[in-house]
Design a protein around this ligand. Structure first.
Ligand SMILES: [Zn+2]
Length: 346
């Protein structure tokens, strides 16, 4: 993936956001908080998906005299944690739940898959008719994975665990600046946390906010996600930095809350009509209602199938989405749905 367009953006004095447009798979944002006093303290909120892209981010960082002594991981997903090793922070802070799920994905295994996928996935797709169509799934999965992981070095990731954990809230001071970590998960993942800088009125929302990018909910429940957005709005921030997408404010949080309300309706309709999450997502994403919505041009709409699956399991008191096989099955469904959507729009 091109590294040319990512950049640090100052969102308050001595507070910077690393923005990786347009915010698709692995194009995750981070935050840097510098001391307000004469000390050299700095805090980094999240790493990148691999060590080279984290190194690139650190090389570009406006650190001046500061050094990063504290790293926070907002949640356990690789695109926020797999660059931890090169940050070299003495303290790595995350929620207890993030820590408990820290190795839920295996970077080396993903590296092998992406490498195989980039070789095999390039072969032309042979479309099979009728009921045999699902046989296309593995091929579509490989193509999807190859595009997702292009340019990242997962094989070289040294998984580097949190050194301190918390649940609920944690107050910190970084060189005279007071800030609070607030646990709002589980929702997008296990143990999602946001960072609040009250004096600067800045919130780093990580993957509790997606802007211009469709959200994905692996864990849920959706009601926790909605409550998390209410928590952000109640903090009355002037700047909200999403986990993916451009620097935003409360207007984008409000639009995102409307989007989650729409997903809740789609889930109800899909379960009432006894459609599968895949078919329910296809129905919703090709509807006139969707095409005239504020989120019609958000990228990666196929993620809806994962969110609907998590919601269905919750509604049926089923087990959560867990394990490599279930995740692989859902990534296949995203690949199949993306393909169906591309063909439907032709
Ligand atoms: Zn992310």
């Amino acid at each position: 993936m091109s590294q040319g367009e990512q950049r640090w953006q100052e969102v308050a004095t001595g507070v910077h956001a690393w923005i990786y447009p347009p915010g698709g798979w692995g194009q995750s944002n981070a935050g840097l908080v510098l001391a307000t006093d004469a000390s050299d303290e700095a805090l980094l909120f999240d790493a990148q998906w691999d060590e080279p892209s984290t190194t690139h981010m650190l090389q570009e960082a406006p650190l001046d005299r500061h050094r990063i002594g504290t790293l926070v991981n907002s949640h356990p997903d690789g695109d926020h944690t797999w660059g931890n090793a090169v940050v070299g922070a003495e303290r790595i802070i995350a929620t207890d739940a993030c820590n408990a799920h820290f190795d839920h994905e295996d970077p080396q295994r993903l590296g092998l898959l992406v490498a195989a996928a980039s070789r095999i996935g390039r072969a032309p797709l042979v479309r099979l008719p009728g009921p045999l169509r699902t046989v296309n799934g593995p091929h579509l999965l490989l193509r999807y994975l190859a595009a997702m992981g292009r340019g990242f070095d997962f094989g070289g990731v040294r998984l580097t665990w949190p050194t301190e954990t918390f649940s609920g809230e944690l107050d910190l001071t970084v060189g005279g600046r007071a800030l609070t970590l607030i646990e709002v998960g589980p929702t997008h993942s296990h143990g999602d946390a946001i960072l609040h800088l009250p004096a600067d009125r800045v919130v780093f929302a990580a993957d509790v906010l997606f802007v211009g990018v469709s959200p994905i909910m692996w864990v849920g429940p959706l009601s926790n996600w909605q409550a998390a957005l209410a928590t952000i709005l109640a903090l009355k921030p002037t700047v909200v930095v999403p986990g993916h997408g451009p620097v935003s404010g409360v207007a984008e949080v409000a639009t995102f809350a409307e989007h989650l309300a729409w997903i809740a309706e789609v889930g109800d309709r899909q379960r009432t009509a006894r459609r599968s999450p895949l078919d329910g997502a296809f129905d919703a994403l090709t509807s006139q209602e969707y095409r005239s919505s504020p989120w019609a041009d958000w990228i990666s709409p196929e993620r809806l199938v994962v969110t609907l699956t998590a919601m269905q399991r919750e509604a049926e008191n089923g087990p959560p989405i867990e394990g490599v096989q279930q995740r692989a099955r859902l990534v296949t469904q995203m690949a199949v749905l993306a393909d169906r959507l591309a063909r439907a729009s032709r």
